[in-house]
Ligand binder design. Structure first.
Ligand SMILES: [Zn+2]
Length: 183
């Protein structure tokens, strides 16, 4: 039986294979921008080859902050939840510092919309009680499910959206290192 996934540490050669597997040039640019940012910061990058050798084969690049939290996961192809892959790259962005939602100028309309349209929490599980993800954005209150928003799913990112994502990532990395210092 073949493995469900293979896990590799970051190497430039492997990353080039990952970029080449992405269907859209704009997504390749975004992926490169994110990965190089984490590589420059000297934090951990892991590459997971999902379902290798299968029609569902694709890569997940996991970029972690200093404290070990998985800040960004780049999925080279979106899994539509019905055992199909789309041609769209989707990133999962973790936002632990909810203070960023007060800085509305950071967000592009598209990124703001994709974040606020994440699944609302309906007390999906007993777990949800203490872990609901509440925040205020553009004067509206949101309560999202932590099952979905442990990381927000974003796709179709324009150059401006990518800049926005990078600003959020910078904020998260700074937040994680502040937390590491005080704990
Ligand atoms: Zn929930």
């Amino acid at each position: 039986m073949s493995k469900f996934m293979e896990v590799y540490d970051y190497s430039p050669a492997l990353l080039n294979k990952v970029y080449a597997s992405i269907d859209h040039e704009s997504d390749r640019v975004t992926a490169r921008c994110i990965v190089e940012h984490f590589a420059d910061a000297g934090v951990r990058i892991t590459v997971k080859h999902m379902a290798p050798g299968k029609p569902m084969a694709h890569y997940r690049v996991v970029c972690s902050a200093e404290n070990g939290c998985e800040t960004v996961i780049i999925n080279t192809h979106e899994d539509d939840g019905h055992r199909n892959l789309t041609d769209e790259m989707v990133i999962q962005l973790r936002i632990d510092d909810r203070g960023i939602f007060e800085r509305e100028d950071v967000f592009t309309p598209s990124v703001g919309r994709q974040i606020t349209s994440a699944e609302d929490c309906r007390y999906c599980a007993p777990h949800c009680k203490d872990k609901r993800y509440a925040f205020t954005f553009n004067d509206r209150d949101y309560v999202k499910c932590h099952y979905y928003t442990a990381s927000f799913r974003l796709k179709n990112l324009s150059d401006a959206d990518t800049d926005c994502v990078m600003a959020i990532i910078d904020n998260e990395l700074a937040f994680a290192s502040r937390a590491a210092v005080t704990s």
